[in-house]
Design a protein around this ligand. Structure first.
Ligand code: UD2
Ligand code: MN
Length: 593
């Protein structure tokens, strides 16, 4: 499958004095938060990009920065490395149990307690914005299954602490028949004795999954707007007003905050770039950079952005509109697919879906889902089948081309949903693709004529930003080809620098490609991010060949969301690999002219 995008990158300049290391970096990296003046946005197009199978297999929503661990932003409550220190066996137990049951560091979560400050990650211009005083009131619905109590209560308290009382109609907690004892006993008592009366706890008698769970929550709600949150979130300053405002203006507008990243390992809260929702033909959600055309407006970085899809967990919607539009598909089980279903439905049936850059909510992004479904079924496939059959018309063939084994799979009765689609007089999926997600590549069963952007790319050579050596600080060595630089698929290694050797000269261009000796591009397999970077033919489609330089001298790979490091700085072999960005010495590089 291939995708063509016209994209932009957020480039970030850090002028701060404190950040000495950053000042040494000649090329500024992909950073959220402070968009570079628009005329500097590099324009580039994408050719064919392979869908990362990794994400498909893992069936999870990745955070908007991949596995990339952000360094602290201004005002960040500094994460202390001692926060997760284990002092005794009990600590060890809490930590181990936490990872096992919740897939995040529960020891740190417990130590943080139920209240904490989070860095204000909004663009500075958001702070000057004012919002109408007569906004609709909100019912916040938090559905949970076996959540760590500290994470759940931090979610609740962040809402109570950072939402004006007159806008918060109620909080509805839906316990999806959790099995953990403390969630039954301790939470019950806590809600009764420690929380305002407007916080309600609803219990499902059997496990329903998050989709029916949310419908149950919504059926108890009486506020004007429904706001859904996952049970491991922390809302930021002024998070709600920017969400309610567009809904007040038009009740058929559905809005999502920017989902900031709470690290599963350190619980550090950090800023996400403003990206929008897309999907691939495997019907997996993915994050896309925002096309330039979406950002041209007087409001600049604070303007709402149209999003083809939502990640699923965090959004606000007029309550009556939620009901009118058919809530969710109650035939969907446990987890997965509902986010694409509601996104398609919103767009195809006369609504719109926006991401609001001035509203920010942190979410713990885990590396795995710590629970299964009661019968062990693949609910994602079941749910995706339902949505494909109801909403995707002839384009469901795209899905079946990738998942032929599902063609004959039973997906239950969809009559009600098909009728709903008719009743609401919804547009076709082709209309959705043409108008809402034109970047989507369509090959195979429903192929379109190739898009002219390819031709543009061939005619236009990306501008060179810098030419020089890629110098590894810790080893004083330079990044070179292991074999000949013209050898496709060849590895790169660090070797003694030779400033007269053309084979050590890299070009960094506006497409964020790194090209060795004007020949091949530095590339990382999107499907197998554990593979080391290689030299490949430049494909001009970003993704696996897109690199940025950032703070801590990191060299960041956009598509795998990791940083390049030298495997063993003491070894003369000089192998490099991709790793989670941690700012450590083996990950520090200079581009030297
Ligand atoms: C993402 C969404 C999530 C949902 C999912 C697709 C974000 C941040 N998260 O996955 O909300 O749309 O994609 O379905 O966009 N839960 C139950 N009962 C269950 C299973 C889960 O109540 O049987 C709760 C769970 O405790 C959590 C919420 O549902 O609060 C979402 O589950 P998740 O956090 O495992 O999903 P996530 O963030 O991987
Ligand atoms: Mn979640």
């Amino acid at each position: 499958t291939s995708v063509t995008w016209t994209l932009l990158l957020f480039v970030y300049f850090n002028f701060s004095e404190e950040n000495q290391s950053f000042k040494n970096v000649p090329i500024k990296g992909l950073e959220p938060q402070r968009p570079f003046p628009k005329k500097f946005y590099p324009r580039f197009t994408r050719g064919p990009v392979h869908i990362p199978e990794l994400q498909q297999k893992e069936n999870k929503i990745g955070n908007p920065l991949g596995n990339h661990v952000q360094s602290p932003v201004k005002g960040q409550v500094e994460f202390s490395p001692e926060m997760g220190m284990i002092f005794n066996e009990e600590d060890q137990e809490v930590r181990d149990l936490g990872y096992q049951k919740h897939a995040f560091n529960m020891l740190i979560s417990n130590r943080l307690g139920y209240h904490r400050e989070v860095p204000d990650t909004r663009d500075v211009k958001c702070r000057e914005k004012s919002y109408p005083s007569d906004l609709p009131s909100a019912s916040v619905i938090i559905c949970f299954y076996n959540e760590a109590l500290s994470a759940l209560l931090r979610t609740v308290h962040s809402v109570l602490d950072r939402t004006p009382a007159h806008l918060l109609h109620e909080i509805i907690l839906v316990d999806d028949n959790s099995e953990l004892a403390d969630l039954k006993k301790d939470l019950d008592e806590y809600v009764r004795t420690q929380l305002p009366k407007t916080t309600k706890l609803v219990r499902n008698e059997k496990r329903e999954g998050l989709i029916r769970g949310r419908m149950i929550g919504a059926s108890h709600a009486t506020g004007e707007v429904l706001v859904f949150l996952d049970s491991h979130c922390e809302v930021n300053e002024m998070w709600l007003q920017p969400l309610l405002t567009p809904i007040r203006e038009d009740h058929r507008t559905v809005v999502c905050p920017v989902i900031d990243i709470i690290s599963a390992d350190t619980l550090t809260y950090s800023s996400s770039p403003v990206v929008r929702g897309g999907f691939n033909w495997g019907l997996h959600f993915k994050w896309d950079l925002v096309p330039l055309s979406e950002l041209e407006g007087p409001e600049g970085a604070t303007a709402p952005i149209k999003s083809p899809t939502m990640a699923g967990g965090l959004f606000a919607m007029d309550r009556e509109y939620f009901n009118e539009l058919g809530q969710y598909d109650s035939g969907m089980d446990i987890w997965g697919g509902e986010n694409l279903e509601i996104s398609f439905r919103i767009w195809m049936c006369g609504g719109r879906l926006l991401i609001i850059p001035c509203s920010r909510v942190g979410h713990i992004f885990r590396k795995r889902r710590p629970y299964g479904s009661p019968g062990g079924q693949d609910t994602m496939a079941h749910n995706s089948l339902r949505l494909a059959h109801v909403w995707m018309d002839e384009y469901k063939e795209q899905y079946f081309a990738l998942r032929p084994e599902l063609r004959m799979r039973n997906y239950g009765n969809i009559t009600d949903r098909v009728e709903l689609r008719k009743r609401l007089n919804c547009k076709s999926f082709k209309w959705y693709l043409d108008n809402i997600y034109p970047e989507m590549q369509i090959s195979g069963p429903n192929a379109k004529a190739p898009q002219p952007v390819f031709i543009n790319r061939a005619q236009k050579r990306p501008k060179i930003i810098q030419r020089g050596r890629l110098y590894h600080l810790q080893t004083n060595k330079c990044l070179v080809a292991q074999g000949h630089p013209s050898q496709k698929g060849g590895l790169v290694v660090v070797r003694e620098c030779d400033y007269n050797d053309q084979n050590q000269v890299w070009v960094y261009n506006e497409d964020h490609e790194l090209i060795l000796n004007n020949l091949l591009c530095l590339d990382v397999s999107e499907t197998r991010s554990s593979d080391p970077p290689r030299l490949m033919k430049c494909h001009g489609s970003g993704g696996s060949q897109q690199w940025t330089f950032g703070i801590n001298n990191r060299l960041y790979q956009v598509s795998v969301g990791q940083c390049m490091r030298v495997v063993d700085p003491l070894s003369h072999k000089g192998y490099v690999t991709m790793a989670i960005c941690d700012g450590s010495l083996p990950q520090q590089w200079h581009f030297e002219s």
